[in-house]
Design a protein around this ligand. Structure first.
Ligand code: HH2
Length: 273
């Protein structure tokens, strides 16, 4: 899942793809690099971020979703939003996946929309809200607490009519989590995969990687790749990243390593060595 942030203030690429044509071209590039889903977002959820009114979010994302849909890329378009109005317009414009970092808690009617329009969705765990989530987050046991939350939100979505096979689950790396919480979730990702739905993981360029490596936000690609491979090995299957090429290569190697012999997926390169 490649990230297309159409915001002035996202934590790592705010302002870079604010221009609609730049955002559309970026989506094309991410798909050429191996993304199967492009996730278009118009509201930053970085720690401390202020909410964006629906009208402004619509203005940012809808022309971009339309533009990507017009390209006819071999990829699903996801809308990263917590608002029914934005998700509905994005689905009308060609999106078929709703990525809601509030897991349908911000606007419960979003579950009904996803059910009615028969689109896929990602339900993510977050402790509190972006404005305050990094203020002393605490859990009894972070993995058990996140797992129980995801189970409960999945049940709520199913009760609202969403087909179970359309649901993916995400532990919400960095959303109300300390460095230790993030690492524990990565280490025990298999416990979340045991819920039986695809696990989405979003570590890309996040601050805990900066704390581990001392690197600035745009220099965290190697650290991001490491987390994606670890999460893959423990059962995660969707990786929400800014740097698709590096991640796709690493995952191709990881997938081949763990593939049952003799089904190793290979590709052709232009050189013979
Ligand atoms: N992380 C961010 C935004 N949306 N969605 C899912 N499912 N999982 C995540 O981990 C996740 C997400 C934050 O990253 P980014 O979009 O790069 O930054 P910002 O929120 O500042 O736009």
């Amino acid at each position: 899942m490649g990230i297309v942030n159409v915001t002035p203030d996202s934590f790592s690429d705010g302002g870079v793809f604010e221009d609609e044509l730049a955002a559309i071209a970026h989506a094309r590039r991410l798909v050429s690099e191996g993304a199967a889903i492009v996730d278009v977002g118009g509201e930053s959820t970085r720690p401390g971020a202020a909410p964006v009114p629906a009208a402004e979010e619509l203005e940012r994302v809808i022309p971009v979703v339309e533009g990507i849909a017009d390209l006819g890329l071999p990829a699903q378009i996801s809308i990263d939003t917590m608002k029914v109005a934005v998700a509905e317009a994005a689905i009308d414009a060609g999106a078929s996946y709703v990525n809601d970092v509030t897991a349908f808690r911000h606007e419960p009617a979003l579950a009904g929309l996803v059910a009615d329009r028969k689109v896929d969705c990602c339900l993510m765990h977050m402790l509190g809200e972006p404005r305050t989530m990094q203020q002393d987050p605490r859990y009894d046991d972070v993995v058990s607490d996140v797992k129980a939350f995801l189970e409960q939100r999945m049940a709520a979505a199913i009760a609202a009519g969403v087909a179970e096979e359309r649901i993916s689950l995400d532990p919400g790396i960095g959303f109300g989590k300390t460095l230790e919480h993030n690492l524990e979730l990565l280490r025990r990702m298999d416990e979340l995969a045991a819920l039986g739905r695809p696990v989405v993981v979003g570590t890309s360029r996040k601050s805990f990687l900066g704390r581990l490596t001392g690197r600035d936000v745009t220099e965290r690609v190697h650290a991001t790749v490491a987390t994606s491979v670890i999460a893959y090995e423990r059962g995660a299957r969707v990786f929400r990243v800014h740097d698709v090429a590096a991640t796709a290569d690493a995952l191709a190697v990881a997938a081949a390593t763990f593939a049952p012999w003799p089904q190793i997926p290979t590709r052709t390169s232009t050189t013979t060595t």
